[in-house]
Write a protein that binds this ligand. Structure first.
Ligand SMILES: [Zn+2]
Length: 274
């Protein structure tokens, strides 16, 4: 079983944009909303902006409202919160937006509209059940590249599903909809959520790679299921194989057609969190 120090080394080797996006996602888990993070990186490799999803942040008193560019509304996705921190005069074509999940069609359109140079994503969006060709078409000519790391794919989608699993257990709609698609990931998420193994460390400010250290053997074991059976053809292939989660499954299910986008995404998480 791989030691936790492997995870620390892997974390240190991540590009800055991936680390910052995951840190935003980790903060989203601590806040109790939908954990999804984004970061904007310039040509020097330095971070110039970041944001996370605030659409489902728990509503509090008036002082907690409007703390971010977008919050408590259906536009408050991680990518848009990161983009909203960029001054208008910024040369967006020189920038790379990193995000933990593949952008939805709304964010993809915004990224193309403002002229972001390229997009890099760590995992697919487990709440987006649109056909892969429709997701690819949403990119509108902006180059997209996947990180392509099964361990961080697993971590990112585990965090994405985690709060819904804590709140609604196996009845969370977001998990139910992914049980066929990623059964191993759903199993791991529920196992950790039952013990709330990540919520305490996240809320106490423990860094993500430290908090994950104790869980790394399980994460690495499940990540083995995520290893693609064939290499992705950059830059336009999805991180998600079209046929199921396990590479050894010869003719697994194709991703179910769905309405896609964050219209459905929003309803699903809202339902899971209710
Ligand atoms: Zn989005």
């Amino acid at each position: 079983m791989p030691p936790a120090s492997d995870l620390a080394r892997s974390w240190a080797a991540l590009p800055t944009g991936a680390r910052v996006a995951l840190e935003e996602q980790w903060a989203g888990l601590a806040a109790g909303g939908l954990p999804c993070g984004s970061a904007v990186i310039d040509t020097s490799g330095g971070g110039v902006a970041s944001g996370r999803n605030h659409a489902y942040d728990p509503a509090g008193g008036i002082a907690t409202r409007a703390r971010y560019p977008l919050q408590h509304n259906r536009l408050a996705h991680a990518e848009l919160n990161a983009l909203a921190r960029l001054p208008t005069e910024t040369d967006h074509a020189t920038l790379t937006l990193w995000t933990t999940q593949h952008p939805c069609s709304m964010c993809a359109a915004a990224l193309a509209f403002v002229g972001v140079g390229q997009v890099r994503f760590i995992a697919d969006d487990p709440s987006d059940h649109a056909p892969p060709e429709r997701i690819a078409a949403s990119r509108a000519g902006v180059p997209y590249h996947t990180l392509g790391d099964p361990v961080w794919w697993t971590v990112s989608n585990l965090l994405f599903l985690y709060n819904a699993a804590v709140l609604a257990g196996e009845h969370a709609r977001n998990l139910g909809r992914n049980r066929d698609r990623y059964p191993e990931l759903v199993h791991l998420t529920l196992d950790l959520a039952r013990r709330d193994a990540l919520g305490g460390p996240a809320r106490s400010g423990t860094a993500l790679p430290v908090a994950l250290g104790a869980q790394y053997p399980a994460v690495a074991r499940w990540a083995e299921y995520r290893t693609p059976s064939r290499p992705a053809a950059p830059p336009v292939t999805l991180t998600v194989p079209r046929r199921g989660y396990h590479p050894d499954r010869p003719s697994g299910r194709t991703a179910r057609p769905g309405r896609g986008g964050h219209r459905a995404h929003g309803r699903r998480l809202t339902a899971a969190l209710e």
